[in-house]
Design a protein around this ligand. Structure first.
Ligand code: NAD
Length: 594
């Protein structure tokens, strides 16, 4: 963060708050000369962010009791530290709970605590900097006002549905009152997050200010709150507070939830019911229904699987530390990508937009022009959506350099090849990199099917060769297979993992075996689909059955998207490795020829 939100802005009299009490090492209550209370939330030892676990919630309860005993209070500001506000509820608790009654009781406990803050007789303000997610936003919603910092790290949202649950600390009840039912559902059903400025435009926060002025502004609002609360527009009022309006919203959302992958998920349906029930039962709301729904969802398979995925993703993000606990692996700041086709161009664009200087080399000038166009198009789109500042747009373009000459090995921290699937060619390129490079750079292949062992053979310092197998299109697909051959060093793998995580991907460590991980699973599935067609089952029927099972698209359409030539090659590699288990049908060859 550039400026510290904990210092006051220019010109303001530095108030000297007196510390009143600390709670479980997780919260500090202070009082200043203007009778303004401030409650600072502190992450647990070793954690980056404040989380609503047993102690976190306990500290909030304890602080509330003391706040209630203070006399002649001007207002209360709740804030985090320089890193964040509150990252959410403890996902570990959600993973562990198996009794719906216990989960519901945890929700009730959070609801009671936050209601206590909502009932305080003086103005209360959340000063939000960094993550303000899940239970964190529910706490902020229980306060009278919210101010956010303009820092890029600031993000507000209720991502619970992504874990198969719903907001259980009153969020499903308070958000519709603040934003209106349609906007509240949009946020809660997608789980998306908003930065400070977007949150202000949507009415989620009252103001968005530079982080250096956050506390000052929050204090200002607490001491002289605006006379009028923000009111919903006529349309949102009708859609929220009138039965026919709510019925309209319900029908529309139910239709959306009945389509695509959404139809397999229970949490969004429960969330819709509970949010609408709350509006039907005003002013009390439907807090008990929310707690019961959380209890039901938190012990279900859907939640446990999504929470499992969450932890796997977290683990992938930190895989470099697992491989290299001392943190010695040097970061990749400059890359040379050889081969600017479908994959190379995408990988280079991804790198450039994520801060890596990249030189992309291809024998075909047309491929290079297309690669630059690809990056520019993606950046333009983000600029239009205001996800990017103009100077960041330019900086990303400047980070991509293209050339038809294979030079620049010496300065590159990484040489990654994405040329055609030809072992001889790949071996020649790595030999060249070893000869021209500084000797300590990382060498990586994007091969889909060739053994790394064969590429490492005869290569000087083969321990630095790894596979970084991106999927098509690299900008979008979240997985990267981090492939280790028998001689790959932990340091090289850690560097690869760190790079992949820095590019926003989830690296998974896999062995140098046929098909690696994804194709090892995918190829038999595709081959079986083709076998069914050969036996006379209609292609449409095969796809329909797969889609009904939950696949985003059927295997035959997927084959068309991958390209039958590519798929045929992968199936052949696996057929050779596992002749008993897999024989690719002759239809592959016929399709490619046709
Ligand atoms: P592609 O044919 O689109 O691109 C290859 C590029 O390499 C071409 O632009 C070609 O001009 C260039 N090239 C060839 N020889 C070169 C040389 N000596 N020096 C510089 N450039 C050279 O291929 P692709 O689909 O991008 O696949 C590249 C690699 O990625 C392959 O190993 C493939 O198995 C793997 N891969 C592909 C996919 C996919 O879906 N296409 C997915 C994952 C991995």
């Amino acid at each position: 963060m550039s400026d510290d939100p904990m210092t006051k802005g220019d010109g303001a009299e530095p108030a000297t708050p007196v510390e009143l009490e600390r709670y479980r090492g997780r919260a500090v209550l202070r009082r200043d000369a203007q009778a303004l209370l401030s409650l600072e939330l502190v992450p647990a030892e070793g954690e980056a962010y404040f989380v609503l676990d047993e102690d976190g919630l306990g500290a909030l309860d304890d602080a509330l009791r003391r706040v209630g005993r203070e006399t002649a209070v001007g207002g209360l500001v709740v804030h985090g530290d320089a890193r964040g506000f509150v990252a959410g509820a403890d996902v570990g608790l959600i993973r562990a709970v198996t009794d719906p009654a216990l989960a519901a009781e945890f929700a009730r406990r959070g609801q009671r605590c936050f209601q206590g803050y909502a009932d305080l007789p003086f103005p209360t303000v959340a000063a939000i900097h960094g993550p303000c997610l899940g239970g964190g936003l529910e706490l902020a919603l229980a306060l009278d006002h919210r101010v956010a910092s303009r820092d890029p790290s600031t993000k507000l949202g209720l991502p619970e549905v992504q874990l198969g649950i719903l907001p259980g600390f009153g969020g499903t009840q308070r958000l519709p009152l603040l934003l209106g039912l349609p906007a509240a559902l949009d946020l809660m059903l997608t789980g998306k997050t908003l930065d400070g400025e977007r949150a202000r435009r949507r009415g989620l926060v009252d103001a968005c200010v530079p982080s250096s002025r956050l506390l000052e502004r929050a204090a200002g609002i607490a001491l002289s709150p605006p006379a009028q609360r923000r009111k919903l527009g006529l349309r949102d009022s009708l859609l929220s507070f009138h039965r026919p309006g709510r019925a309209l919203v319900r029908r529309k959302v139910q239709k959306q939830l009945g389509q695509g992958p959404a139809r397999f998920f229970l949490a969004p349906r429960r969330l819709l019911d509970v949010a609408i029930l709350g509006l039907e039962r005003l002013p009390e709301g439907a807090y008990e229904a929310e707690a019961l729904a959380l209890g039901e969802l938190a012990v279900g398979d859907e939640c446990k699987s999504l929470v499992g995925l969450f932890f796997e993703r977290e683990r992938a993000r930190k895989l470099d530390r697992e491989l290299d606990p001392a943190g010695e692996a040097a970061p990749v700041e400059r890359a040379l990508v050889v081969g600017g086709g479908v994959m190379g161009a995408g990988i280079a664009a991804l790198m450039a937009s994520r801060g890596v200087r990249v030189r992309l080399v291809d024998v075909a000038a047309a491929a290079l022009a297309a690669a630059v166009g690809r990056l520019r198009k993606a950046l333009d789109k983000r600029l239009r959506r205001r996800r990017l500042q103009p100077h960041e747009h330019q900086a990303a373009l400047d980070r991509l350099e293209v050339s038809t000459l294979r030079v620049g090995h010496r300065r590159a921290d990484l040489v990654l090849e994405a040329v055609a699937e030809d072992l001889g060619l790949k071996r020649r390129l790595f030999a060249e990199a070893a000869e021209r490079g500084a000797g300590d750079q990382l060498l990586a292949t994007n091969t889909s099917s060739l053994p790394l062992a064969a590429m490492a053979e005869g290569l000087p310092r083969p321990e630095r060769l790894i596979g970084l197998h991106f999927f098509n299109p690299p900008e979008q697909m979240p997985l990267v297979e981090l492939i280790a051959h028998a001689g790959s060093s932990a340091a090289a793998l850690a560097r690869g993992a760190r790079l992949a995580a820095g590019l926003g991907k989830s690296p998974v460590l896999v062995a140098d075996r046929p098909g690696f991980l994804v194709n090892r699973c995918l190829a038999p599935y595709l081959a079986q689909a083709v076998a069914l067609v050969e036996e006379g089952v209609a292609a449409q029927e095969v796809d329909a059955v797969a889609e009904a099972h939950g696949m985003p698209m059927g295997p035959l359409r997927l084959l068309d998207e991958i390209g039958w030539d590519v798929a045929a090659k992968v199936c052949a590699v696996l057929g050779e490795a596992f002749p008993v288990h897999m024989q690719a049908s002759k239809l592959f060859g016929a399709m490619v020829e046709a």
